[in-house]
Design a protein around this ligand. Structure first.
Ligand SMILES: *Cc1c(COP(=O)(O)O)cnc(C)c1O
Length: 380
């Protein structure tokens, strides 16, 4: 044998992978549905195989159902929700475009950061975390800033608030502005009608209410957004997420751009098949019923929700930390003693709330009951 100078300091002998059986009731990831995990393990085909192309079409149609849109450009982005978020901005923002973001939580701030990196002339309107924008406030801001894009977060996972979108689509059309919406924590769990609400661009994630592992993320552009993309004077400043290129692979040309994450597409197909099987109305209703059950249980424990009931998300609840309780000690004990993951607050709500997700497959009464029982013991 040739004496290669091989170093062995990282050649550890490690055990077979064995992760603890966590119940993931935080802001994501949520537990994947067993059928989704099973689909993930299906044998591979190539990314241009006719069998895969058939699957791509199925995924696109099931996504259109889940989002209630007829948008042609409706595809999964290779990457997590933030990649799909970045894809909407990278494709729609040209340097100098005025982008108005409604900031009432952590993900609004992320939109501001990302859009700024693509050269947007950034404008923000703000609300305390846990509150939502009223249509009149949006009207005033749009009239004042005359943005090219208005970006809002439908389901703010950092606060638990659901931004009403009634009338916002009309407002944007009156001002010839595109409506971009983050639907990461609403798709598949909270009423969401993209075309009805005249949303021009949206993105989501797989590991929230779709109960699929993270790594692949829904993305869609409506006709007005596609037109803006096709009229660009500058190239999309992000090669990987350039939809004028990626769209050719997902469209009829099937030109290679990057290798699609084959097995993640299997998983997403199964997750979306579960949505279609259950039906959107039943699924939204289930999320609502589980959340109401959880909120009632919190009240019985003397715990308060941070968000006013009309705007409270069924998929994510922010629970106020009672005076004198160390929030991190509680999340730590829930994890180590009960295998339940919930999360602490972020930003303005750090130290003030816990964040509890009852999303997708996890949105079931027995999970809410288990968390309530564990909380009762830990807080005693
Ligand atoms: C989780 C989340 C994201 C980001 O998704 P990642 O998968 O973490 O990249 C964006 N927006 C909202 C509202 C989210 O909850």
């Amino acid at each position: 044998m040739i004496p290669y100078p091989i170093r062995n300091q990282f050649r550890h002998t490690i055990g077979q992978l064995d992760m603890p059986p966590r119940l993931l009731l935080g802001p994501g990831p949520s537990n994947a549905h067993p059928r989704v995990l099973q689909a993930l393990g299906m044998r591979q085909v190539g990314h241009l195989d006719p069998a895969f192309i058939k699957l791509m079409n199925e995924v696109q149609d099931l996504l259109r159902y889940a989002w209630q849109t007829e948008n042609k450009l409706t595809i999964p982005v290779s990457g997590t929700g933030s990649a799909a978020m970045e894809a909407t901005l990278a494709n729609l923002v040209e340097p100098g475009d005025v982008v108005l973001v409604g900031v009432n939580g952590f993900f609004g701030l992320r939109l501001v950061d990302m859009a700024g990196r693509y050269g947007a002339d950034m404008r923000q309107i703000e609300k305390p975390w846990g509150e939502v924008f009223e249509l009149d406030e949006l009207k005033t801001a749009v009239a004042q800033h005359r943005p090219t894009i208005l970006a809002l977060v439908h389901a703010e996972t950092s606060t638990g608030a659901c931004q009403p979108l009634d009338g916002v689509g009309d407002l944007c059309r009156e001002h010839d502005c595109l409506l971009l919406v983050d639907t990461v924590t609403s798709l598949g769990g909270v009423p969401l009608l993209l075309d009805e609400w005249q949303v021009d661009a949206a993105y989501s994630g797989s590991q929230k209410c779709l109960s699929c592992p993270p790594g692949i993320s829904p993305f869609t552009l409506g006709p007005r957004a596609v037109e803006k993309l096709s009229r660009r004077k500058t190239k999309v400043a992000n090669w990987y997420l350039d939809m004028s290129l990626v769209g050719q692979y997902w469209g009829s040309e099937r030109t290679y751009h990057h290798t699609a994450p084959i097995n993640m597409n299997y998983a997403l197909r199964e997750a979306l098949r579960l949505v279609a099987e259950e039906g959107l109305a039943a699924r939204w209703q289930r999320h609502r019923e589980t959340a109401v059950y959880f909120w009632q249980g919190l009240a019985e424990l003397g715990l308060d929700c941070h968000v006013a009931e009309p705007y409270r998300l069924p998929s994510l609840t922010t629970v106020r930390v009672p005076d004198g309780v160390d929030p991190k000690a509680v999340t730590g004990r829930l994890l180590s003693e009960y295998n339940i993951e919930i999360a602490n607050g972020l930003g303005q709500l750090a130290g003030k709330v816990w964040r509890v997700g009852l999303m997708g497959f996890n949105s079931r009464k027995e999970n809410a009951a288990l968390l309530l029982a564990a909380l009762r013991e830990v807080l005693a």
